[in-house]
Design a binder for this molecule. Structure first.
Ligand SMILES: NC(=O)c1ccc[n+]([C@@H]2O[C@H](COP(=O)([O-])OP(=O)(O)OC[C@H]3O[C@@H](n4cnc5c(N)ncnc54)[C@H](O)[C@@H]3O)[C@@H](O)[C@H]2O)c1
Length: 437
């Protein structure tokens, strides 16, 4: 299959290179010329484990190319994926579909022969209808089908997720046997590997993506509220999570209490689902509450640090370990660290951050913070060290070295990666989430 991937970001680049690795002939198109130029030189614009090697081997094999020339790529393709961003629209929280629609217009004029246009971006119900309308209006003679194929990969484990997905959801409407055949061919290696292919209508497929993310966001928020209750009643949230997670109907994943969910998907997707549901007079109140509880939680974590430091941090130095919204990515979008740092700065603290991969992106979204070379440099003369993101590098800290560097030995562990007894024996005061500290 000849495939064009429009948008070479976290999803487009990973999907494109994995399709190439399946043996397809893939061109990744991005309008960001700098990104395309870097990719052509073999430089990967994002941090994603294993991506550099997979890109290099597929470029070397001649199956993967990069361009900013959408026209030529689309004209020779059997399948065109739209994998551009769908951020929250400023002001109202609806998904901003301007990039998707712009891509649809650009595709329309260049279609040649039967082509399947696939929305891989996360898009609200009805977007596929509008993409189809735009293409038909722009190029009435075009022979095409619009398919929904939402992506479920997780940053940090994106390649593994793409190559071994729990399921592949494909939404198509009407009598689109040809489109179904093409999509089956595109995913053939996974299909042969027995990954379930869920065929449904386009609108249903669009909703599945939001329903999935909203459910996971609710699950995280549920255990976070249980953590708060545990702190009040002297219970242990990790045991609660294990005790309920072993129930097969509940499952143990997404039951880790922490500073609230962030990232490039859950915050914007939960909000977009709330808006879609309100527009259709069918409010999703559980999701509305999830959004509100999670928003409050991030700043509340700042207050938790201040409380652990004795209620006053004016003039204090606070070290933040981990800035990205989760480990193994450089993505800072909606990371809880942003609100936590802001809350500490508002209270008069000087904040120093360290992250193994996210500091370059953090500089773009966090103002007034200093950056350190490593955890011990961050901890130098600090009044508290706060673990915000559970990078592996923070799981085996040298506590003697850390305590010697610090002014006041206080560790606030917002990811519960340590136990109080192991930290206390090195002379630290310790606070964590939902555990009797
Ligand atoms: N990041 C994730 O973990 C993840 C997971 C599942 C689904 N998604 C969804 O996938 C979509 C893409 O997310 P992302 O994180 O990869 O975004 P991203 O911002 O990393 O990448 C989007 C890319 O599209 C490019 N682009 C925009 N308009 C274009 C156009 N007209 N022509 C060519 N290139 C264009 C941008 O320059 C950018 O490089 C979103 O809808 C997101 O919700 C993301």
């Amino acid at each position: 299959m000849k495939i064009t991937m429009i948008g070479a970001g976290y999803v487009g680049l990973v999907s494109g290179v994995c399709f190439a690795d399946f043996g397809h002939d893939v061109v990744c198109v991005d309008k960001d010329e700098g990104k395309v130029a870097a990719l052509k030189k073999g430089q990967i614009p994002i941090f994603e484990p294993g991506l550099d090697h997979l890109v290099a081997s597929n470029v070397a094999a001649g199956r993967l190319n990069f361009t900013d020339d959408l026209k030529t790529a689309v004209a020779s393709s059997d399948v065109v994926f739209i994998a551009v961003g769908t951020p929250s629209r400023r002001g109202d929280g609806h998904a901003d579909l301007s990039y998707v629609y712009a891509a649809a217009r650009e595709i329309a004029d260049n279609l040649q022969g039967f082509t399947v246009v696939v929305t891989k971006s996360t898009v609200p119900v009805g977007t596929g209808d509008e993409v189809e309308r735009i293409i038909r209006e722009t190029n009435p003679a075009a022979d095409f089908a619009v398919v929904s194929n939402p992506e479920f990969l997780r940053e940090g484990a994106a390649i593994e997720d793409f190559k071994r997905p729990d399921r592949i959801v494909i939404g198509l409407d009407g009598n689109h046997a040809r489109a179904r055949d093409v999509m089956t061919e595109v995913y053939r290696p996974l299909y042969l590997n027995q990954s379930p292919l869920v065929f449904t209508t386009r609108r249903t497929s669009e909703l599945i993506k939001y329903a999935g993310n909203a459910f996971l966001a609710m699950k995280i928020t549920f255990i976070n509220e249980m953590a708060d209750l545990c702190e009040k009643v002297g219970a242990n949230v990790q045991d609660v999570a294990r005790g309920i997670g072993l129930d097969g109907r509940i499952g143990s994943k997404f039951l880790h209490a922490g500073p609230g969910y962030g990232g490039s998907c859950f915050p914007k997707d939960t909000l977009a689902l709330v808006k879609t549901a309100q527009d259709h007079d069918s409010p999703v109140r559980l999701v509305e509450t999830t959004v509100a509880v999670n928003d409050n939680r991030k700043r509340a974590m700042g207050r938790k640090v201040i409380a652990a430091a004795g209620g006053e941090v004016r003039g204090a130095k606070i070290a933040i370990l981990g800035l990205t919204f989760k480990p193994n990515t450089d993505d800072m979008r909606d990371s809880p660290a942003i609100a936590i740092v802001q809350a500490l700065q508002d209270a008069g603290a000087r904040v120093v951050g360290y992250d193994p991969e996210g500091m370059e992106n953090a500089r773009k979204v966090i103002e007034g913070m200093d950056y350190a070379r490593d955890p011990y440099d961050a901890a130098s003369e600090a009044d508290a060290v706060v673990i915000v993101t559970e990078w592996n590098e923070f799981r085996a800290l040298d506590f003697e070295r850390l305590r010697t560097a610090m002014k006041t030995p206080l560790l606030v562990d917002l990811r519960n990666i340590y136990r109080k007894d192991e930290v206390a024996k090195h002379g630290f005061r310790y606070a964590s989430v939902g555990r009797p500290d």
